[in-house]
Design a protein around this ligand. Structure first.
Ligand SMILES: *Cc1c(COP(=O)(O)O)cnc(C)c1O
Length: 369
């Protein structure tokens, strides 16, 4: 790639690699039915009232959305016991994360990023001219707080953490966040990407609102893509103190959420609550069932806290993933994170997971022979 005039940082960045799409796979392997368990989407979405509200917005698509997003910000604030000034919206968690990088990272600033985590943190830091310090996860696939602290220095601006972590599904507890906060310089912040937090037990995760109320340097990043099933609508948000939200709104584009997503998001948080919760319960039960089934196959399962399971296989994960792909089941082999013998599978419906279990059993026996 060479673009006359492009910033030098562009050449350092790597493009995001998304999970395979259904159409690609159908075409490539000549399949009629494909089960997509590679991108942590919600199989029960869209929820009925959200769908209706989004359809109703179509006729108004020629008109800009209300720029301050007061209604949705108010509903979100209330959900966390905060006022709307504590909430900032954006085009998906992805868009929100990028805006955070723009708000904080100056050329030469340092950011700490776990090696085996959501890739975007590293790329957006580099794009802003920041220096990335990578810290590898430990052998239990959790983030080593000691290693993070060892990498903190006066230039550390951000510590990007994903909780629960994608792809390993592991979590950081309150004590870990406290220790990092104590070690950070005055200008340092923890960015906690909580894209999957709704699938965890609340008591096991750090209480973000507590930190924010105490003016601690923690910013929470959330999304409607996973738990609320609006991945295609692109809606995410941050929770932080009003000064940060102000800065966030100043550096992000003016209409950084679209009319359709806003309408869907509002219903997901209000009239669709029973549907959303029912789906989450099904997914969590299914997650536990599939974990047990994988363990029965003698596979090492890392305790899952999101809507996906990370597990070790006794063969090459890419080969097994390809075998499954040819049978119409998309999973995410984890070699891109350096885990050559690991697979990440999204929790789908019971039917989808039964098919997944059948195909992986076949794949493992093929690999063993
Ligand atoms: C899926 C995901 C996101 C992206 O969410 P969008 O709101 O769809 O941009 C962010 N962070 C993590 C860890 C994710 O897995």
């Amino acid at each position: 790639m060479f673009i006359l005039g492009a910033r030098k940082e562009v050449y350092e960045a790597e493009a995001y690699v998304s999970g395979k799409s259904m159409d690609d796979v159908k075409k490539e392997f000549n399949l009629t039915k494909v089960i997509k368990l590679g991108s942590n989407e919600n199989p029960y979405a869209p929820f009925p009232n959200a769908l209706k509200a989004m359809e109703d917005q179509l006729s108004m698509i020629g008109i800009y959305p209300e720029a301050n997003f007061i209604k949705l910000r108010g509903i979100l604030g209330k959900k966390f016991g905060l006022s709307s000034e504590y909430i900032g919206l954006g085009h998906g968690a992805g868009g929100v994360l990028e805006t955070i990088a723009r708000l904080f990272i100056e050329s030469g600033d340092e950011a700490i990023v776990p090696t085996q985590t959501y890739r975007l943190y590293r790329e957006i830091t580099k794009l802003m001219g920041g220096i990335v310090r990578e810290v590898s996860l430990d052998k239990n696939y959790t983030i080593s707080i000691d290693d993070i602290i060892k990498n903190i220095n006066p230039k550390t601006k951000l510590v990007w953490l994903c909780n629960p972590n994608n792809p390993t599904g592991t979590i950081i507890k309150k004590e870990g966040i406290d220790r990092i906060l104590d070690a950070l310089p005055e200008t340092g912040w923890i960015i906690l990407d909580e894209a999957y937090a709704e699938f965890s037990n609340k008591d096991e995760l750090p209480n973000i609102v507590d930190y924010i109320k105490k003016d601690k340097h923690v910013i929470s990043v959330k999304t409607f893509s996973k738990y609320y099933g609006l991945a295609g609508a692109r809606l995410g948000y941050i929770i932080s103190n009003p000064q940060v939200i102000n800065g966030f709104d100043t550096v992000s584009e003016p209409f950084n959420a679209n009319r359709i997503a806003l309408a869907g998001g509002i219903e997901c948080l209000t009239s669709d609550t029973p549907h959303v919760e029912r789906a989450a319960n099904l997914l969590i039960n299914e997650r536990e069932r599939v974990s047990r089934e994988l363990e029965k196959l003698n596979l090492k399962v890392t305790k899952p806290y999101g809507n996906f399971i990370f597990f070790e296989v006794p063969c090459d994960g890419d080969n097994l993933g390809l075998y499954m792909l040819k049978k119409g089941v998309i999973v995410r082999p984890c070699s891109g994170w350096g885990y050559k013998n690991h697979i990440r599978v999204t929790i789908g419906t019971k039917e989808e997971m039964d098919e997944f279990l059948k195909v992986i059993k076949d794949g493992l026996s093929v690999a063993a022979n």
